[in-house]
Design a protein around this ligand. Structure first.
Ligand code: BV8
Ligand code: ZN
Length: 242
């Protein structure tokens, strides 16, 4: 493994631009359950793709808002881990994240591309444009939009919903321009984000994968490092580390 880590360190050292594509595994060691794990206890009889969908919300808005309120409260006390810090500190890294937990921003990363939205915001489901920051520690329950009377819901991208156009555009530009794509903690099962790895690879980038399990991103000549984000990301990025 050390040889692979040294190879990954050399690729990062020689790169002008590193695109870091992250998923729930990046925040696992901050105590944030991955998407599948987010359904424990009373939620385990639910399918996340139903709850995190417009149909799920329109079916039972109060239940979906309550599920997010629980996730928001648990997120309020979470702190960025060493992998967030390393990704935030490295000036040649642009963060493209599927995570909605805001932990890269809290770690000080600038210009994070939030591909699936942000749990700390509420938006109008009727699309009137109303949006506001909410207090994760004291999340609002189901309420009507003060502007149009529609329903207010978390500002995250649900299954079946389009990604924010500007975020997607930036992600495509960065993925085609980067010399290295560092893929951290994502199972690569959700599209269109999972397709960014192929986009980068086809544009000539070298792919480095950090994950606790093998994933499709690890194919096609990638440098695949099996292990935890907090153990592998800092040594790959922090060239100052011995
Ligand atoms: C869209 C926000 C169209 C909400 C999320 C068939 C084929 C291809 C695509 C589709 C298809 N059928 C449907 C689709 C489209 C669908 C899709 O991809 N479905 C999948 C399930 C097949 N995609 C969509 O609907 C997208 N929209 O396509 O719109 C469109 C276009 C125009 C106009 C209208 C519509 C929208 C997808 C966004 C869904 N929202 N999140 C919320 O959070 O509540 S996705 C959510 O699940 C997460 O954001 C994440 O991206 C994804 C997976 O979650 P997890 O599994 O928890 O996390 P992850 O995958 O990252 O896995 C964790 C990994 O970490 C694991 O590999 C684990 O080993 C590793 N790990 C764990 N601990 C550690 C670790 N690694 C390192 N260190 C550790 N310590
Ligand atoms: Zn509204």
């Amino acid at each position: 493994m050390q040889g692979q880590i040294d190879l990954a360190r050399r690729l990062v050292r020689d790169a002008e631009l590193v695109a870091a594509l992250s998923g729930a595994g990046l925040s696992a060691e901050s105590g944030i359950p991955t998407f599948r794990e987010a359904l424990d206890g009373l939620w385990e009889r639910h399918d996340p793709r139903r709850l995190a969908s417009p149909q799920g919300f329109e079916n039972d808005p109060a239940m979906v808002v309550e599920w997010y309120a629980e996730r928001r409260r648990s997120l309020a006390g979470a702190i960025p881990n060493q992998a967030h810090d390393a990704l935030a500190r490295h000036e040649r890294v642009v963060n493209l994240t599927q995570n909605v937990d805001g932990l890269l921003d809290r770690a000080g990363a600038s210009a994070v591309v939030h591909l699936h939205g942000d749990l700390a915001t509420d938006v109008c489901h009727a699309g009137c444009g109303f949006a506001e920051r909410i207090d994760l520690a004291d999340p609002p329950s189901l309420r009507a939009c003060p502007r149009c009377g529609g329903a207010i819901r978390p500002g995250v991208v649900w299954f079946g919903e389009a990604l924010p156009a500007e975020a997607w555009r930036r992600a495509e530009v960065v993925s085609t321009a980067c010399d290295v794509m560092l893929v951290v903690g994502t199972s690569g099962t959700v599209y269109p984000v999972a397709g960014l790895v192929d986009l980068a690879r086809d544009a000539g980038a070298q792919v480095i994968v950090v994950n606790t399990e093998p994933t499709p991103a690890g194919r096609g000549g990638a440098v695949e490092l099996i292990g935890k984000a907090t153990e592998l990301v800092p040594p790959i990025l922090d060239q100052t580390l011995g």
